[in-house]
Design a protein around this ligand. Structure first.
Ligand code: SAM
Length: 283
């Protein structure tokens, strides 16, 4: 079956918009927004500001979490009548922790052509500049609000192979980092990407304990938009030098594992938690 829709049927364009810097929109994205009959937007007032900036006057219709199922049906009728439609969200790429899934799914199931117009996305912007592994990563969107569920999700990162990426609200960023320390250890490498593409864009990278201290050092550090990235678990345990393992095991004969891991870590410049975990496995 062809994935192309019939010529007299409209196309749904998924258009990425900026996440801060208004120059971050593609020429093709602007062209499409100028051409389409209707722009479906998460918050029409917010998007009106953006469209005014680019001098684009198009009919705006709201499509958000609370009306998406019904709105998707209405937009489908318009597409079937031959109108082209663009979907945008408040910032970045629609459907990435933003509405649009029902609409795209419906359009695909009805043979409507869906065309992505790529551009800004906080997840990708943060990851590519983080210095964390990018060959394997998992994106989790926002963590659950309830503490038990958050804890449970974070605890699953203990032995995660790739980089884990989260979106987080400023009012929860410190709590989340403190929970991470409890669940995966204070030595785990974290990167906070804050206010991406904006004037005060900041990357803070370091062991979880250091990142928590930085957040607590100044209330300004906890303000703004955040992407939180968690480096892979146990990344170094496989590469631990034999001398370090020997020292660790000798020390554990006389000392508690935690103390032995701390001494070995500082002697060889290794991660305390990685040595501790290795000690647990070897004991
Ligand atoms: N669809 C968007 C995208 O493509 O990135 C994400 C929408 S989601 C509702 C909003 C969250 O994305 C924010 O709470 C924040 O975690 C992250 N975010 C968006 N813009 C950001 C920015 N400029 N800097 C850092 N994080 C950002």
């Amino acid at each position: 079956m062809s994935t192309e829709s019939a010529p007299d049927v409209g196309t749904l364009y998924i258009v990425a918009t900026p996440i801060g810097n208004l120059a971050d929109i593609s020429q093709r994205g602007l062209q499409i927004l100028q051409q389409v009959a209707v722009i479906a937007a998460e918050d029409t007032r917010h998007s009106k500001g953006l469209l005014d900036h680019y001098r684009i006057s198009a009919r705006l219709l709201s499509l958000h979490d609370h009306n998406e199922a019904q709105r998707a049906q209405q937009l489908l009728v318009k597409l079937q009548q031959g109108l082209d439609i663009a979907l945008i969200s408040d910032a970045g790429t629609p459907l990435i922790s933003d509405p649009g899934y029902h609409l795209v799914n419906l359009c695909r199931s009805q043979g409507i052509r869906v065309v992505p117009i790529p551009g800004a996305c906080a997840l990708i912007a943060a990851l590519c500049a983080s210095g964390l592994p990018t060959d394997q990563f998992a994106f989790y969107g926002f963590l659950p609000v309830k503490e038990m569920a958050r804890r449970e999700q974070l605890s699953r990162l203990k032995n995660a192979k790739g980089t884990a990426v989260f979106y987080e609200a400023p009012r929860r960023i410190l709590d989340t980092v403190l929970l991470l320390i409890e669940e995966v250890g204070e030595d785990r490498t974290l990167v906070l990407a804050k206010e991406l593409t904006k004037t005060f864009e900041t990357f803070k990278k370091g062991p979880a304990a250091e990142v928590a201290t930085w957040l607590q050092a100044d209330p300004v550090h906890q303000k703004g938009e955040f992407v939180l990235m968690v480096g892979p678990g146990e990344e170094e345990s496989g590469k631990m030098p034999d001398e370090a393992i020997n020292l660790l095991m000798s020390l554990t004969k006389e000392l508690p594992l935690k103390k032995a891991a701390a001494i070995t870590a500082s002697h060889y410049g290794l991660k305390k938690n990685a040595l501790y975990q290795l000690g647990l496995q070897l004991q």
